[in-house]
Design a protein around this ligand. Structure first.
Ligand code: DMJ
Length: 685
């Protein structure tokens, strides 16, 4: 001890004591000095306090810090197994998966919510396709069972894009570790009336967004296109040559107009929609006429306008233009056609704003208004019931339901009306929704395709048992057999007559009725009774007879049949009915017979008729209608080449002469009334 009495202590290393340590030691000393029971009481108090605090905090708060990484895997959308592809493109779903996996959208381009969803959907499709054990393990079992359409529907049905809500797709309940949908801020679904209004007011949109945006959303549903090899034999080549001759005349003298007048070498306007071009697109595609198809396609893209203030007929424009565009879309996979079809579909919707839901016959595509025919309060029954294949296909192709809904209502309305053994009067009122009293019953003009579309719609929608469409069809064919079918007295030709005023039998049959054998054999192929097939065969023979009995080997527009042996001939044609408009119905039926039986006799029958057209209807600028099929020396050429010559007559000839009777497979495709093939869809469950 030196230096002023201070003692200097030198401690061994490790023996240094901090103030904290000293404090802790004295605390411990004090704690040890407390009686045991007091110590227990304090422990109990502290424990109680902690438990209270824990109970007041939520699970999320408690675990937030440790589960930050959960965010990265919280976005869950139901993965859905792709349905069989409605467009019959084998492997399409695989292709979609590849496409989407190969071309991810750059992150900076994805802001809107719907786009993000679409990406998510694409990602999940690719994800499912990958099919690895790891992926399977990551997929919740509860979400692996629904359809591609539903997933797309989900993306499409979401509220307008909102980049701030990208995470709202779904979520994970952390505590239970099970998937639980997070409540979405969905816009109220629009009522049917509102959807109709929306589409009419904005004909350049689909589901409230631009075509481009919408088509992007439904990418997995889009058609991929079909391949056709072109003519493989001389007969097919001859038909292709006839088509090219018709196209060349139309191009030279009537390009962009509805029809060609091949004698005067001028154009004929009806609706101002380039009918011949649109009606011909799928025929050119099937025939492998790539250059001509491209000419037509480019015209549609650049020049086909629907905003002209002009009345058009709902039925004609639906079967020719809407059907033509949709078919061109399905065959080629070119979405330009689908966008055009959607615009047209929107502009035709005003027809359905009638008090009865039976559409008006006339629509002004520019004004977006509709009305009954100027000369009558009634629409034709066949017209209002021959738009459903097309409107339904538009809905299925775009995933926007309104078109199918409004068109299907017509089915329901007509189904509920009283009929004569399943047969319908040929006029119906769009205001009252009732048939005209005492209207004629006919399977010809104004009645024909009502029956055709009952069967074809049933096929298009997957052939549901006991569907009203097929029940109405069967009842109608029974009505045909019992009320309208007769045989001539001597040669026993079977024909389908008419009931004038709904009751008086008239032995008159329009050439239009010759579609029926084809429809009947198609029905038989799909399970209808043998009586249908027998009628089909007999009627096909009669229709053939209406051609070959005339010196030109071409049929008249209308034929009459003997009721008794007092009549000179079993089948005869009145002078005013002796015209031929290049109509397709009989060739169409031959095609169905050939395609469904493989019997080449039908090809030979068709070849005879094709040659008759070559001989009598071919002129320098195309093919023409004629006034008289009863005299080879005086056919009285009429100067019109209707667009159905190229959409139907030549297409059916070409397919009839194919070496491959399933060049278009009738299991997979259904032809609309204008000869445009549309896909058959799987049955909705
Ligand atoms: C075509 O426009 C259609 O086939 C329609 O169903 C009836 N008329 C013509 C052909 O004849």
């Amino acid at each position: 001890m030196k230096d002023g009495g201070h003692i200097t202590l030198t401690l061994p290393p490790g023996a240094a004591t901090t103030a904290d340590e000293r404090g802790r030691k004295s605390l411990r000393r004090a704690w040890n000095q407390l009686p045991r029971c007091q110590r227990n009481l304090i422990i109990l108090g502290i424990t109680g306090f902690c438990v209270t605090v824990l109970l007041c905090l939520s699970g999320d708060q408690l675990l937030a810090a440790s589960l930050k990484d959960v965010d990265t895997k919280a976005e869950v959308v139901a993965y859905q197994m792709p349905l069989p592809n409605p467009h019959h493109h084998p492997g399409v779903d695989k292709d979609v998966a590849k496409d989407t996996a190969a071309a991810p959208v750059p992150a900076d381009k994805r802001a809107p919510r719907a786009e993000a969803l679409s990406d998510k959907f694409n990602e999940l499709v690719a994800y499912g396709e990958a099919n690895s054990a790891e992926n399977v393990a990551r997929l919740p079992e509860t979400v692996a069972a629904e359809g591609l359409h539903q997933a797309v529907a989900m993306a499409v049905a979401l509220p307008p894009p909102d980049s701030n809500k990208e995470q709202d797709i779904g979520g994970i309940d952390i505590l239970n570790n099970v998937e639980e949908p997070v409540a979405q801020e969905q816009a109220e679904p629009l009522s049917e009336g509102e959807q109709l209004e929306q589409a009419i007011k904005n004909p350049l949109t689909l589901g409230g967004v631009s075509f481009k945006e919408h088509l992007k959303k439904i990418k997995p549903l889009l058609a991929k296109g079909q391949h056709f090899h072109g003519a493989t034999n001389e007969r097919q080549s001859a038909v292709v040559a006839a088509f090219k001759h018709s196209w060349a005349g139309y191009k030279k003298y009537a390009w962009g107009h509805d029809n060609l007048k091949p004698i005067s070498q001028y154009s004929h306007e009806w609706f101002g929609l380039g009918l011949t071009i649109v009606d011909s697109l799928d025929t050119m595609y099937i025939m492998g006429l790539d250059d001509e198809f491209k000419e037509g396609r480019d015209w549609v893209e650049q020049s086909l306008r629907f905003d002209t203030k002009r009345d058009v007929n709902l039925f004609e424009v639906t079967i020719r233009v809407l059907g033509g565009l949709l078919s061109a879309y399905h065959l080629s996979g070119d979405t330009m056609f689908l966008a055009k079809a959607a615009e047209l579909g929107n502009r035709l919707l005003p027809a359905f704003q009638s008090p009865s839901n039976i559409p008006y016959s006339d629509v002004n595509l520019g004004d977006l208004s509709a009305h009954s025919p100027k000369w009558s309060p009634d629409s034709s029954t066949s017209e209002v019931t021959t738009i459903q294949l097309e409107f339904r296909d538009l809905s299925r192709s775009t995933n926007i339901s309104i078109y199918e809904q409004v068109a299907h209502k017509v089915n329901e309305k007509v189904h509920d009306l009283e009929k004569n053994h399943g047969l319908v009067p040929i006029f119906i009122n769009a205001n009252t929704g009732t048939f005209r009293n005492y209207a004629t019953i006919s399977l010809g003009a104004r009645g024909d395709s009502y029956y055709e579309y009952l069967l074809k719609q049933w096929i298009q929608t997957g052939r549901r048992d006991n569907d009203n469409l097929i029940l109405d069809y069967m009842q109608a064919v029974d009505g045909v057999l019992t009320q309208l079918m007769r045989r001539t007295p001597r040669e026993h030709w079977v024909y389908i007559g008419e009931l004038i005023n709904g009751k008086d039998f008239k032995p008159k049959m329009d050439h239009l009725t010759c579609y029926l054998p084809g429809t009947l054999i198609l029905g038989h192929q799909n399970g209808m009774p043998d009586s249908h097939l027998i009628l089909a065969r007999d009627l096909l023979d009669t229709c053939y007879q209406t051609y070959v009995m005339n010196p030109t080997h071409l049929a008249a527009e209308i034929s009459y049949f003997a009721l008794t042996e007092k009549d000179d001939q079993d089948i005869y044609v009145k002078p005013n009915d002796a015209h031929n408009l290049l109509r397709p119905e009989f060739v169409e039926s031959l095609y169905y017979f050939y395609s469904l039986t493989g019997n080449r006799t039908y090809q030979d029958m068709g070849w005879k008729i094709f040659q008759a057209f070559e001989t009598h209807a071919k002129v320098n600028a195309g093919y023409t209608s004629m006034g008289n099929v009863k005299n080879t020396q005086s056919t009285r050429l009429r100067d019109l080449m209707e667009s159905f010559w190229m959409s139907e007559t030549l297409k059916y000839f070409y397919l009839l002469f194919s070496d491959d009777r399933k060049e278009i497979d009738l299991e997979q495709w259904v032809f609309n009334s204008e000869g445009h093939p549309l896909p058959v869809y799987p049955l909705k469950t």
